[in-house]
Write a protein that binds this ligand. Structure first.
Ligand SMILES: Nc1ncnc2c1ncn2[C@@H]1O[C@H](COP(=O)(O)OP(=O)(O)OP(=O)(O)O)[C@@H](O)[C@H]1O
Ligand SMILES: [Mg+2]
Length: 307
């Protein structure tokens, strides 16, 4: 069942179209990554799902209900991108306040808050005022605030922003654990390596349009591009390979061979064998999520084209 669903979602801010008809669905138990350059519309989409902003057109559903329903809001956690928690709160008092708003009973709060603060590794700052927290500490507290009431769906807008590398890994592991427990995590992030590691599916927005959507494996699949190396000192007969209809480029201490659509790499292997050359390395190259993202940023891909 889709726990998050948008249908042709549109948001105009005056004359600016922030979302131009975005349709996506997130299944329960997924970690879903929404990517896109600054201003692509990621935060706007989250805000509509949470009922903070109203859409101009189209529909958005959260846990089967139209976005913005108050009853649904309790079953959802949210880490906003520019959260400014009141500095006079301590970590403890902020979580106590926030969990009370979500209806967590007092006895549960007493038990859960220290657990949460340890989970995000700021237990030593439990009774320190937030105005004395570092950026990463505030971010960790924000994450604790987003998951304390055991929400079914958790929206994290740039959760690792300002967090050190150790903390970033901890947050990644936390997301994986949340998924294992059946929570759904919806993530906005610019850290593509991280997204690649943790997300089941990703969507890429460009100027308010969804230009790519799929599993990380689908998006990074790039058929027909091979890395090839020969025994030391041997040289690829580039002209011969080109005559077979393949593209060739030198790459490091080897070559990159690109196949025409529908072809296999076998003719290249036969050519090398016939020439008495010794093949030492031949692998199909995957694109990184960063490669995919850069291609999208450069203008590749059309709305609705899938990939
Ligand atoms: N309240 C608002 N009033 C007017 N324009 C807005 C408002 N909020 C967002 N926008 C515009 O909508 C577009 C999308 O903004 P949004 O914050 O959703 O981008 P984003 O993808 O989250 O970017 P970032 O990666 O920088 O966080 C931008 O052009 C932004 O200027
Ligand atoms: Mg944003």
């Amino acid at each position: 069942m889709a726990v998050i669903e948008t249908q042709n979602l549109r948001k105009d801010y005056g004359r600016l179209a922030a979302l131009k008809g975005v349709s996506l669905a997130v299944e329960r138990g997924q970690v879903y990554g929404l990517l896109g350059q600054n201003g692509a519309g990621k935060t706007t989409l989250i805000k509509i799902l949470l009922g903070i902003t109203r859409p101009t057109g189209g529909g958005a559903k959260l846990l089967g209900e139209p976005a913005g329903r108050v009853e649904v809001r309790r079953r959802v956690g949210y880490l906003p991108e520019d959260h400014q928690f009141p500095g006079y709160h301590t970590g403890y008092s902020l979580l106590d306040f926030s969990a009370a708003m979500y209806g967590v009973p007092r006895a549960d709060r007493r038990r859960l808050i220290p657990e949460m603060l340890s989970l995000v590794r700021i237990a030593s700052a439990t009774h320190k005022k937030i105005k004395g927290y570092s950026k990463g500490m505030k971010q960790r507290l924000g994450i604790a605030q987003a998951i304390l009431h055991n929400p079914e769906v958790i929206f994290l807008d740039e959760p690792t922003d300002g967090v050190d590398p150790v903390g970033r890994r901890e947050i990644r592991e936390l997301m994986t654990r949340l998924r294992e427990k059946g929570h759904t995590v919806f993530l906005n992030s610019h850290l593509l390596g991280e997204v690649e590691q943790v997300c089941d599916r990703v969507a890429i927005l460009r100027d308010g349009e969804l230009v790519r959507e799929g599993t990380v494996a689908d998006l990074t699949e790039r058929k027909g591009r091979y890395e090839l190396r020969l025994a030391p000192g041997e040289v690829l007969p580039e002209a011969g390979v080109r005559e077979l209809g393949f593209e060739v480029a030198k790459a490091g201490d080897g070559w990159q061979v690109t196949l025409p659509a529908g072809a296999t790499v076998d003719p290249v292997v036969r050519l090398l064998a016939a020439a008495g050359l010794r093949l030492r390395h031949l692998v199909e190259r995957r694109a990184s999520l960063e490669d995919v993202f850069m291609a999208v940023a450069a203008g590749e891909g059309k709305a609705g084209a899938g990939r």
